[in-house]
Design a protein around this ligand. Structure first.
Ligand code: H2U
Ligand code: ZN
Length: 344
């Protein structure tokens, strides 16, 4: 890209969400006297007798986690949503101002591995493969339920991102309505498909592969980029080469390649600041609302908060909260850093 876009303040368009992000590349040298986080990395044991996810231990509700050997799924004991609420809607005086609907849903916790000290970054692709299989099975099972329209698979990693426990695990929330983020992506992908007759994210990937400068890592099935419109400093977008909508569309090879690229990306993240990299990640798959979704390309977002070291994080406050999201380092330089540490 021309130097203007790497040096001067500008806005970039996020076509997937339909919003702008402010980029301020000239600002990276500013002094920091704000909050830093504790960088000490605790030594994590292979088995923690107090961990509710370790095999053989007792959970908050008194149930015993079995002695599982690869993955394990259980209903969230503190589920945010429940499958059996009575249906109702509210719209006071039909003014559209005081509206509510009841929401049915299912929340599950997904253990990635029995060992307490592993993470996607330290698990081998062969150990991650059953995790991909578990996501796929869970989405198929929950997506088949008539009251469920969306299945959100995600992982909070690290206490900075609110993860309650270092044991490798993720969550899954299946909901009666499509949540805000996938709903915005649905509108954008649908409008693009109607206008162009092709999926938005597949055309976007073609451009990224042509430009190369935001590509982080790739294999035969998948490509990771720092999206042109990234908000978080080291935000990435994981895209399939083929325009597939969900896990059920993936071939055996694509599932293996997904496990491999998840390992490469998360291991690379850990090398950016030589610290276990916190993040929230999740898959956006096509809604399971009983309709065809030719516009939808499945993908995963990684949103890591770290900015300049293991202890200096990006905050979404002030202008980000009240105006538009804003970033300092360019997506191009973040991609270069990630490429370098992954190749190492
Ligand atoms: P995190 O992914 O943010 O670490 O959350 C893990 C979930 O595990 C959290 O939603 C649930 C919490 O409700 N949990 C149980 O289901 N049983 C327990 O015994 C403790 C935590
Ligand atoms: Zn554990």
């Amino acid at each position: 890209m021309e130097s203007l876009w790497l040096e001067s303040p500008h806005r970039r368009w996020n076509p997937l969400k339909g919003e702008w992000v402010v980029v301020s590349p000239h600002r990276t040298q500013r002094p920091w006297q704000g909050q830093t986080e504790d960088a000490s990395v605790p030594v994590i044991p292979e088995y923690d007798p107090k961990c509710y996810l370790c095999p053989g231990n007792t959970r908050a509700n008194g149930e015993v986690t079995p002695k599982y050997e690869s993955t394990f799924v259980f209903p969230n004991d503190f589920a945010a949503l429940k499958p059996d609420v009575q249906e109702a809607t509210l719209d006071v005086e039909q003014a559209g101002l005081l509206r509510a609907t009841t929401e049915r849903g299912i929340c599950r916790v997904l253990c990635f591995h029995p060992r307490h000290d592993l993470t996607l970054a330290t698990m081998t692709p062969a150990q991650i493969a059953p995790v991909v299989e578990m996501w796929s099975e869970q989405v198929a099972e929950l997506g088949a339920r008539p009251e469920i329209q969306y299945v959100q698979v995600f992982e909070n990693r690290g206490s900075m991102m609110g993860a309650s426990n270092p044991h490798p695990h993720g969550q899954l929330w299946a909901t009666e309505h499509i949540p805000n983020e996938p709903l915005a992506e649905l509108k954008a992908q649908r409008a693009y498909f109607e206008a162009q007759g092709k999926p938005l994210l597949n055309d976007y990937l073609t451009l990224e592969l042509k430009q190369k400068e935001r590509v982080v890592v790739e294999n035969d099935g998948w490509v990771v980029v720092v999206p042109f419109w990234a908000v978080w400093p080291f935000e990435t977008l994981l895209l399939p080469r083929r325009a597939v909508g969900s896990f059920s569309d993936l071939t055996v090879a694509e599932k293996e390649q997904l496990a491999e690229i998840l390992h490469l990306l998360t291991a690379g993240y850990n090398r950016v600041f030589d610290t276990p990299f916190p993040y929230s990640m999740g898959f956006h798959i096509a809604p399971v609302d009983g309709e065809e979704h030719p516009e939808w390309v499945m993908h995963a977002h990684f949103y890591p908060p770290l900015l300049r070291s293991a202890t200096v994080r990006k905050f979404m406050v002030g202008f980000e909260l009240l105006g538009s999201p804003q970033r300092d380092i360019t997506p191009e330089s973040a991609a270069e850093t990630l490429r370098r540490v992954i190749a190492r």
